[in-house]
Ligand binder design. Structure first.
Ligand SMILES: [Zn+2]
Length: 253
């Protein structure tokens, strides 16, 4: 590796996977080069010096070799931090893991996605600071839909374009229906005003600007039901981390 030129990069650790007896494969979402898989030789050995730098829910600045397509390497950690509350709380851990799984599923490796690096950085920070993780998760789910090729119309009525009337969501039409066109879909969601308000708001909200957010329980249930339908029927994603999250939430109730 003596000919490699090392570069500094910013990364959020997405996951770790044991490799052979003593090594690890770890995936970072980097600010500079998108998702990258790193090979860390000897990471599972007792005296490995970078153990704390590559724990789950770590982010920061590292130095290494970013390979254009193959495995990348880390040489040293320059300035790293941990999302401490997330790593110590199994609930927060489950939400954060699912969000990172969504981002991993949504984008190919080695494609710069700086906006999503920022969204993930601030999203995890909000969860770590005690903001409702179910809400932060909903925001990621809604904003990732266009990336998955499903782009519900949340700006105005899909039939007439009006946005000044009471609205409801229609799965068949893939977006909002205004009151004048409720009859077009008898199986529309029948959501209350607040649910529609948050559905629209979450589709455009910048996570960096959130300081606090409180949403009524019924709204949360409605959004959960709608997003589960859309992810199941239209996105077709089947993440282990989502099953775990669902199980965990059933267990709590
Ligand atoms: Zn209409």
């Amino acid at each position: 590796m003596s000919n490699h030129i090392y570069t500094n990069f910013h990364g959020i650790l997405l996951y770790r996977k044991p490799y052979k007896e003593h090594d690890l494969l770890i995936k970072f979402l980097t600010a500079e080069a998108g998702k990258k898989m790193f090979f860390v030789r000897g990471a599972m050995k007792p005296r490995f010096k970078m153990t704390a730098d590559i724990l789950p829910f770590t982010y920061g600045e590292y130095s290494g070799n970013l390979s254009p397509n193959g495995l990348s390497y880390i040489i040293s950690a320059l300035d790293i931090s941990h999302y401490n509350n997330i790593s110590q709380n199994i609930d927060l851990n489950a939400y954060a893991t699912y969000i990172m799984g969504l981002i991993d599923a949504a984008f190919p490796d080695s494609t710069p996605i700086f906006r999503w690096f920022n969204q993930l950085f601030y999203g995890l920070r909000l969860i770590d600071h005690g903001i409702d993780p179910a809400i932060i998760t909903n925001i990621f789910e809604i904003q990732l839909l266009p990336v998955f090729g499903v782009a519900p119309q949340l700006k105005h009525c899909v039939i007439c374009g009006r946005s000044d009337l009471p609205m409801d969501f229609s799965e068949i039409y893939g977006g909002l229906l205004c009151e004048n066109h409720f009859s077009m879909d008898p199986r529309r969601m029948h959501f209350d005003k607040r649910t529609i308000y948050y559905l629209r708001k979450f589709s455009v909200i910048n996570l960096k600007q959130i300081r606090s957010i409180k949403v009524h329980h019924q709204v949360k249930q409605n959004l959960r039901m709608l997003l589960d339908d859309i992810y199941k029927n239209e996105v077709g994603l089947n993440l282990k981390s989502k099953h775990f999250l669902d199980q965990m939430n059933r267990f709590h109730i």
